[in-house]
Design a protein around this ligand. Structure first.
Ligand SMILES: [Zn+2]
Length: 499
C-alpha cells in the first residue's frame, strides 16, 4: 500500500510542482492565425497566475467594452519603485498591425524566465500589448468610432488613448516605445519597382520643443544599440523614415506633430520611440513568426539599453523635466516648423521586385532636419473661459494643473485678435494659419469667469502648442475646436505674462 501511494505521488509530482507549460497563442495556432482578444485575455491570465513578477491589470475599456490590459512587471511587491526607471511599451494602436501585439506577447513569456530577472533590478515595466482590441478583431486600423488613435493623443477624445494617458500621467514613465507596422506594398512602390525592406525601423521624437539632449541620446546612442541588438539576432533594421518612393514623394525623418503616441509623451521630456515592423503582404499572417520575433527583439533591445544605462537616462530625464516645471522666463516654444534637407543623402535599403534581391538606393530629397518657422515666448500661463465646455473638458482629459485665477502684481493679461484666417502647408496638408495682431493688454473684468492653466508643469510645452492660435499643431486645427477661431474676433484663450 505504502509503495502504491509513493508511486502515485511520484506520478503526480511534476503536475504539482512544475507550472503548466504556457503556450503562446500564436505558437499554439501554428502561426496560421493571429491571437484573438479572447486568446490574449486567457494567456495573460495564465501568465499572471504563474508568476510573482507579473501582475496584469485593466487600465480601461475600448469603445466596445473590451479590456485594455497592462502587463506590469516588477520584482517589488508594489509595482512602482521610485529608485528604478519606469518603462512603458504599448502596441497595436492600429488594429491591422498585428505583429506588435504578437511581439509583446512573446516578450512577456521571455521576460518571465529566471535568467532575465536582472532587468527588473533596474526597471519597472508596463507592456500594453493591445491598445485597439476592437480594431484588431476586424483587422482595421481605426477604433470603433472610426478614429485613428495615433492622431488622437492631443485631443484625447477616445477611451483607448485616454486610458493610456491616465496610465502615463500616474507614473510619468522615463522611457516609452510605441509599436507599429509599416506597409511598403503600396501602388506607388510597385510602380517604382522596389519596396522598403528593413524588418524593423525605429525613430524618436523630432518636435523641436523636446529636450535636445534627450533627442541626441536617443538618436546617437539608444537607436544604434537597438539596431545592433537586432542585427546580432538576424533582423535587419533602419531609421524610421516615412515617405517615398524617391523622386515621387520626399522622405522625411518623421512628423513633428505631438498627436501621436511617441511625441505626446516625448513632449513631456520622456525618452520616447516609435518602432515599426514590416507588415506582411496580406496585412495579416504572412511571415508572422519573423515579424513577431523582430518586434520582440526591438523591444528587448530597448530594455537592455535602459538597464545598462539606467542612471544616465534617469538623471537626464529628471534634469530636463525640471526645466519644464520650473519658472524660468524667456523660454521660447516653436509653434510652426518644417522639414528641410541637410545636404546628406539617405542610403535606403530597398528590395527589387525584378531581381528579387536587396539593393541600396540613394535618396537625394531627404529632409531629416526640422527647422522652426515661428516661435513664441512661453507665457506664465493661459486663461480659459469657463463657459467654453469643450476646452474645459480637454483640460480635464489632459489632467492639466489648473487653478482659480487671482490677479497677481507683476503680471499682465494679453489677448490675440484674429485679423485674417490664412493657410499654411503642413507636411503636404493645407491647414489654417490665422493672422493675429501683436497681443494687446486687457483688463480682466471677472477672474472668476476663467480657469488659470500655468505653463510650469510637465505638459507646459504641450499646453503652448495646443493653445496658441498660430500653432500648426494647435487645438484649432481639429474640427471639434475649429469654431474657436473667428475672423475679426478676439481669441478666447488669454495669455498671462510677466510685466
Ligand atoms: Zn501604426
Amino acid at each position: 500500500m505504502k509503495s502504491v501511494i509513493s508511486v502515485l505521488i511520484l506520478l503526480a509530482y511534476p503536475f504539482f510542482l512544475l507550472p503548466q507549460e504556457v503556450l503562446i497563442p500564436l505558437v499554439k495556432n501554428n502561426y496560421a492565425k493571429v491571437t484573438s482578444y479572447d486568446e490574449l485575455s486567457g494567456y495573460l491570465q495564465i501568465l499572471d497566475n504563474q508568476s510573482d513578477l507579473l501582475s496584469v491589470s485593466v487600465i480601461g475599456k475600448s469603445v466596445k467594452s473590451r479590456n485594455l490590459y497592462a502587463m506590469m512587471f516588477s520584482s517589488d511587491n508594489n509595482w512602482y519603485n521610485k529608485s528604478k526607471i519606469s518603462v512603458l511599451i504599448f502596441a497595436q494602436q492600429h488594429g491591422n498591425e498585428q505583429s506588435g501585439k504578437e511581439g509583446a506577447l512573446l516578450l512577456a513569456k521571455e521576460l518571465l524566465k529566471p535568467e532575465n530577472k536582472y532587468l527588473f533590478d533596474k526597471i519597472n515595466l508596463v507592456i500594453v500589448p493591445q491598445l485597439n482590441p476592437d480594431g484588431s478583431e476586424v483587422n482595421e486600423r481605426r477604433n470603433t468610432n472610426n478614429m485613428d488613435l495615433n492622431r488622437n493623443h492631443l485631443i484625447l477624445t477616445e477611451p483607448e488613448t485616454q486610458a493610456l494617458h491616465q496610465l502615463f500621467d500616474k507614473y510619468q514613465f522615463e522611457v516609452t516605445m510605441d509599436v507599429h507596422e509599416y506597409s511598403p506594398y503600396g501602388e506607388a512602390w510597385q510602380k517604382f519597382g522596389y519596396r522598403k525592406n528593413a524588418d524593423i525601423t525605429v525613430g524618436t521624437t523630432t518636435n523641436l520643443n523636446v529636450s535636445e539632449e534627450i533627442r541626441r541620446l536617443s538618436n546617437e546612442s539608444y537607436i544604434p544599440f537597438i539596431f545592433k541588438y537586432l542585427g546580432t539576432r538576424g533582423f535587419s533594421s533602419f531609421v524610421y523614415c516615412p515617405g517615398g518612393p524617391p523622386g515621387i514623394d520626399y522622405f522625411r525623418y518623421s512628423t513633428f506633430d505631438i498627436n501621436d503616441g511617441r511625441q505626446s509623451l516625448g513632449i513631456q521630456n520622456s525618452v520616447s520611440f516609435i518602432q515599426e515592423g514590416r507588415n506582411g503582404i496580406d496585412n495579416f499572417v504572412e511571415n508572422i513568426k519573423h515579424r513577431a520575433e523582430g518586434q520582440m527583439n526591438g523591444m528587448r533591445g530597448l530594455l537592455e539599453y535602459t538597464c545598462l544605462y539606467k542612471d544616465k537616462i534617469d538623471s537626464l530625464v529628471s534634469a530636463e523635466r525640471h526645466k519644464l516645471i520650473s519658472l524660468s522666463a524667456k523660454q521660447m516654444v516653436s509653434i510652426q516648423s518644417e522639414h528641410v534637407v541637410n545636404g546628406k543623402t539617405l542610403m535606403i535599403p530597398l528590395y527589387s521586385y525584378s531581381t528579387g534581391k536587396d539593393s541600396v538606393f540613394a535618396v537625394q530629397d531627404y529632409r531629416p532636419v526640422v527647422k522652426s518657422l515661428f516661435d513664441v515666448q512661453k507665457p506664465f500661463g493661459y486663461l480659459i473661459p469657463k463657459k467654453n465646455s469643450e476646452l474645459i473638458d480637454w483640460v480635464d482629459r489632459q489632467a492639466l494643473l489648473k487653478f482659480f485665477y487671482k490677479e497677481y502684481s507683476g503680471f499682465r493679461i494679453e489677448k490675440y485678435t484674429i485679423t485674417e484666417i490664412d493657410s499654411i502647408d503642413f507636411e503636404g496638408d493645407i491647414i489654417v494659419n490665422p493672422l493675429v495682431v501683436k497681443p494687446t493688454v486687457v483688463d480682466l473684468i471677472s477672474p472668476s469667469d476663467y480657469l488659470f492653466i500655468p505653463t510650469a508643469q510637465l505638459k507646459g510645452n504641450l499646453i503652448v502648442l495646443a493653445l496658441e492660435p498660430k500653432s500648426m499643431l494647435g487645438l484649432i486645427t481639429y474640427k471639434n475646436f475649429a469654431y474657436i477661431l473667428r475672423k475679426g474676433e478676439d481669441f478666447p484663450v488669454l495669455r498671462v505674462v510677466k510685466k
